[in-house]
Design a binder for this molecule. Structure first.
Ligand code: IMP
Length: 199
């Protein structure tokens, strides 16, 4: 079975390729599966609903399975924002750097012990024939006072992972692939695929 990863985000695609590839699963991009760039409106009311919307919109032919994810960063002092709106935080005019600067400005000088946050990732996998598997992963940490590290994408340079004390931006891709919300969701998906004997 080949799993099409329904994302336009190269960082996410690389994480799926690394983790699923290591377990012997074959993954490819939408372009490699000959699927037109799909960017449906993410108007669900949860990460899981949005992941399902993205997976359905990808709609690959026959032999492919599809995997989509929806994720976000929840900052406690901002009452869970940006959360499901992480990709659009601050409006369409901002890039990743602009969104990070906005987040830092909103949190201001809140002390470290109150800068608690978590990344959440919901994954939806639709198998040929329509069987749907949904799983979730999360990781806890704090928001740094300033950006640290050059790796990753999105909010990575701001998120200090509880387990390592480093930002995802300071961690290598294999290190992030041990602890991240997406890694944990992918591991949960792999466990379900193994239960179902799907290779
Ligand atoms: P979506 O899941 O594509 O709707 O977007 C979620 C947004 O959350 C991304 O555009 C990033 O801004 C942020 N995000 C999700 N996962 C990560 C991550 O692993 N590192 C950094 N930012 C992330």
């Amino acid at each position: 079975m080949i799993f099409v990863i329904a994302t336009n985000n190269k960082g996410k695609l690389a994480e799926f390729e690394a983790i699923m590839g290591r377990e012997g699963y074959r993954v490819c991009s939408m372009a490699e599966a000959g699927i037109e760039n799909s960017a449906p409106e993410e108007n669900g009311s949860s990460y899981a609903e949005n992941a399902l919307i993205k997976a359905k919109a990808c709609n690959p032919s026959g032999e492919y399975a599809v995997i989509a994810d929806d994720s976000g960063l929840e900052v406690d002092v901002l009452k869970g924002a940006p959360g499901m709106y992480s990709a659009r935080y601050g409006g369409a005019g901002l890039d990743d750097g602009g969104r990070r600067r906005k987040l830092l400005a909103e949190i201001g000088d809140t002390p470290m012990e109150e800068r608690t946050a978590r990344f959440v990732c919901a994954i939806c996998c639709i198998l040929p024939g329509g069987k749907t598997i949904q799983v979730e992963g999360r990781c806890e940490g704090h928001i740094a006072f300033e950006e640290k590290g050059e790796n990753g994408f999105g909010y990575d340079p701001l998120f200090i992972l509880q387990e390592t004390g480093l930002t995802f931006g300071e961690m290598s891709e294999p290190e992030k692939a041990v602890y991240s919300h997406r890694a944990r969701a992918i591991q949960a998906l792999i466990a379900r695929l193994k239960e179902e004997n799907i290779k």
